[in-house]
Design a protein around this ligand. Structure first.
Ligand code: SF4
Ligand code: SF4
Length: 83
Protein backbone atom coordinates (compact mmCIF):
# COMPACT_ATOMS: atom_id res chain seq x y z
CA UNK A 1 0.00 0.00 0.00
CA UNK A 2 1.20 3.44 -0.84
CA UNK A 3 1.45 6.23 1.61
CA UNK A 4 0.57 9.67 0.31
CA UNK A 5 0.90 12.67 2.58
CA UNK A 6 -0.34 16.17 1.80
CA UNK A 7 1.55 18.94 3.57
CA UNK A 8 -1.50 21.18 3.76
CA UNK A 9 0.23 24.34 4.89
CA UNK A 10 2.50 24.27 1.83
CA UNK A 11 -0.38 23.82 -0.60
CA UNK A 12 -1.50 26.63 -2.94
CA UNK A 13 -5.00 25.24 -3.07
CA UNK A 14 -7.07 23.38 -5.60
CA UNK A 15 -8.51 26.56 -7.09
CA UNK A 16 -5.17 28.27 -7.72
CA UNK A 17 -3.31 25.04 -8.46
CA UNK A 18 -5.10 21.69 -8.42
CA UNK A 19 -2.31 20.02 -10.36
CA UNK A 20 -2.40 16.92 -8.15
CA UNK A 21 -6.05 16.35 -9.07
CA UNK A 22 -5.18 16.71 -12.74
CA UNK A 23 -2.12 14.46 -12.83
CA UNK A 24 -3.29 11.59 -10.63
CA UNK A 25 -4.38 8.73 -12.90
CA UNK A 26 -6.44 7.15 -10.12
CA UNK A 27 -8.37 10.23 -8.95
CA UNK A 28 -7.01 9.93 -5.45
CA UNK A 29 -7.26 13.67 -4.74
CA UNK A 30 -10.54 15.45 -4.11
CA UNK A 31 -11.50 18.78 -2.61
CA UNK A 32 -11.32 18.72 1.16
CA UNK A 33 -13.52 21.73 1.76
CA UNK A 34 -10.97 22.92 4.31
CA UNK A 35 -8.72 25.94 4.22
CA UNK A 36 -5.15 26.06 5.37
CA UNK A 37 -3.73 28.98 7.32
CA UNK A 38 -3.06 30.89 4.09
CA UNK A 39 -6.70 30.58 3.06
CA UNK A 40 -6.28 27.98 0.34
CA UNK A 41 -8.72 25.10 0.04
CA UNK A 42 -6.57 21.99 0.10
CA UNK A 43 -7.11 18.56 -1.46
CA UNK A 44 -7.64 15.41 0.53
CA UNK A 45 -7.19 11.75 -0.29
CA UNK A 46 -9.84 9.23 -1.22
CA UNK A 47 -9.40 5.57 -2.11
CA UNK A 48 -5.72 5.74 -1.25
CA UNK A 49 -5.53 1.97 -1.67
CA UNK A 50 -6.00 2.53 -5.42
CA UNK A 51 -2.73 4.48 -5.61
CA UNK A 52 -0.34 2.92 -8.11
CA UNK A 53 2.70 4.77 -6.70
CA UNK A 54 3.39 6.54 -9.95
CA UNK A 55 4.59 9.55 -7.95
CA UNK A 56 3.08 12.01 -10.43
CA UNK A 57 1.58 13.98 -7.58
CA UNK A 58 4.87 14.42 -5.79
CA UNK A 59 6.77 15.19 -8.99
CA UNK A 60 4.35 17.75 -10.34
CA UNK A 61 3.27 19.55 -7.16
CA UNK A 62 4.96 22.94 -7.59
CA UNK A 63 5.10 23.58 -3.87
CA UNK A 64 6.54 20.25 -2.72
CA UNK A 65 3.38 19.73 -0.69
CA UNK A 66 3.00 16.02 -1.41
CA UNK A 67 5.08 13.09 -0.25
CA UNK A 68 4.32 9.86 -2.08
CA UNK A 69 6.06 6.90 -0.49
CA UNK A 70 6.24 3.41 -1.83
CA UNK A 71 8.00 1.79 -4.71
CA UNK A 72 7.09 3.04 -8.13
CA UNK A 73 5.24 0.28 -9.99
CA UNK A 74 4.90 1.77 -13.44
CA UNK A 75 5.23 5.06 -15.18
CA UNK A 76 2.28 6.95 -16.55
CA UNK A 77 4.45 9.43 -18.36
CA UNK A 78 3.80 9.58 -22.07
CA UNK A 79 6.28 7.67 -24.14
CA UNK A 80 8.52 9.76 -26.32
CA UNK A 81 9.19 8.47 -29.77
CA UNK A 82 12.72 8.65 -31.02
CA UNK A 83 13.50 8.76 -34.69
S1 SF4 B 1 1.40 8.34 -6.56
FE1 SF4 B 1 0.24 8.47 -8.51
S2 SF4 B 1 -1.62 7.24 -8.16
FE2 SF4 B 1 -0.72 7.68 -6.15
S3 SF4 B 1 -1.77 9.53 -5.44
FE3 SF4 B 1 0.12 10.20 -6.47
S4 SF4 B 1 -0.48 10.60 -8.61
FE4 SF4 B 1 -2.12 9.39 -7.65
S1 SF4 C 1 -0.37 20.10 -6.61
FE1 SF4 C 1 0.41 20.62 -4.56
S2 SF4 C 1 0.07 22.83 -4.32
FE2 SF4 C 1 -1.22 22.11 -6.03
S3 SF4 C 1 -3.23 21.65 -5.10
FE3 SF4 C 1 -2.03 19.74 -5.12
S4 SF4 C 1 -1.00 19.66 -3.11
FE4 SF4 C 1 -1.70 21.77 -3.43
Amino acid sequence: MASVTILKEACKGIEDCGICIFVCPKDIFIESGRMNAAGYITPKLQNEDDCIKCQNCMIYCPDFAIIAEGKKEKSTEPEVEHE
